[in-house]
Design a protein around this ligand. Structure first.
Ligand SMILES: NC(=O)c1ccc[n+]([C@@H]2O[C@H](COP(=O)([O-])OP(=O)(O)OC[C@H]3O[C@@H](n4cnc5c(N)ncnc54)[C@H](O)[C@@H]3O)[C@@H](O)[C@H]2O)c1
Length: 342
């Protein structure tokens, strides 16, 4: 097992990579604990959960809402959760985001930790302390920064993950390489077939390196004033695409990264061959690289992005594989360029 600690102003958060669900009780304080999970996790792992009350939420992005928060709060009251209760989120990015938010605001904040169970959550969503829900279908409009005390990444649980969901997780690993680490990017190019076969050595290395990259960024800039913005590479497009098309988060990030790479090349930052390498790698993981839909609603949804500043939006682009930068564009410029790219 590998252990990594993220130090931020608010808290220390320990990531336990390769730890197993069955050892969860070792990390819990004495006293009352309540599990928040989803229906799929219960279907596969109900028998392996420690004997605490369980709150199960529905699956899919459409459940990442205030209504689900309300359900969790109702159950917390029913189970008589008090300020000493510890909340455990067991699931993918949706469970972690919703559970972290619920725990952070119930009675002004309860202690919480996660067992992250999807590849996407292990490499990204469960790490870094962003918790929240969508509002009127706009992504993560409501939320808080608050670090979980621990995150258990149980790699063996990836075996039960649906193949499409598994592949979607690679989008965030590709992103980590693209913005911060050309060696990780090259490793993905060389080892994509083994990674897709869930080769334990390859998967553990990919998760470990992605977490290391994210942890360093979060330690430097927990509240996204500067450096952390780089993690949004591909995400401005992606959040709008998720909203319009209902595709998986990782799939939308994949297309978002292709668009952001093409934009980087068009603006003269990134070479054309490097832009194509990014597209090729995304394709190797069986992720989508293009979109056959009307872009107007996508652009309209982008105007609701949290990163909007008046008539402009800051886009995360690349000047080479392994290095990201921020470029501000007006929506008019963005619109013209996007139509050109198509
Ligand atoms: N907070 C952050 O920093 C951050 C970063 C990236 C993404 N996110 C968010 O994460 C969410 C996506 O997360 P996700 O891709 O993990 O999706 P998810 O949470 O919807 O999980 C995917 C599906 O797999 C099922 N599942 C989970 N673990 C399983 C397992 N071990 N075996 C079988 N089935 C399993 C779930 O029930 C669900 O149906 C998005 O809402 C996105 O915005 C947050």
């Amino acid at each position: 097992m590998k252990q990594l600690t993220i130090h931020t102003d608010s808290r220390e958060s320990t990531i336990l990579l390769g730890e197993q669900l069955q050892n969860l009780p070792k990390y819990l304080p004495p006293g009352k604990c309540i599990i928040v999970t989803d229906d799929n996790i219960l279907r596969h792992y109900a028998a392996a959960l420690p004997p605490f009350p369980v709150i199960s939420i529905g699956t899919g992005e459409r459940h990442k809402t205030l209504k689900t928060l309300q359900l969790i709060f109702d159950k917390l009251v029913e189970y008589e959760a008090d300020r000493s209760t510890f909340i455990i989120g067991i699931g993918g990015g949706i469970v972690c985001d919703v559970c972290g938010f619920a725990a952070s605001v119930y009675m002004r904040g309860l202690r919480f930790g996660f067992v992250s169970t999807t590849l996407l959550a292990q490499v990204d969503a469960s790490v870094g302390g962003k918790n929240g829900v969508n509002f009127r279908r706009y992504k993560n409009m409501l939320g808080v920064f608050n670090q979980p005390e621990f995150v258990i990444c149980d790699i063996s649980m990836l075996a039960t993950l649906d193949n499409r969901e598994f592949r979607a997780g690679f989008a965030e690993i590709i992103k980590a390489g693209a913005i911060k680490d050309k060696n990780l990017f090259a490793y993905l190019e060389e080892n994509h077939a083994d990674a897709l076969r869930l080769n334990p050595t390859v998967i553990e290395k990919l998760i470990s390196e992605s977490i290391t990259i994210k942890s360093a960024v979060v330690e430097a800039d927990e509240r996204e004033k500067g450096e952390r913005k780089m993690l949004n590479f591909g995400h401005t497009f992606a959040h709008a695409l998720e909203h319009i098309t209902g595709m998986l988060h990782g799939e939308a990030v994949a297309i978002g990264m292709v668009l952001a790479s093409s934009l980087s090349a068009k603006l003269g930052y990134l070479s054309q061959p490097e832009s194509l390498r990014i597209r090729d790698l995304i394709e190797k993981f069986g992720l989508p690289v293009s979109l056959d839909t009307d872009l107007r609603p996508v652009l309209k949804a982008m105007k609701k992005d949290k990163k909007r500043e008046g008539d402009s939006i800051s886009m995360i682009l690349l000047d080479k594989i392994g290095n990201a930068l921020i470029h501000k564009l007006t929506f008019e410029q963005l619109e013209n360029m996007i139509y050109d790219l198509r």
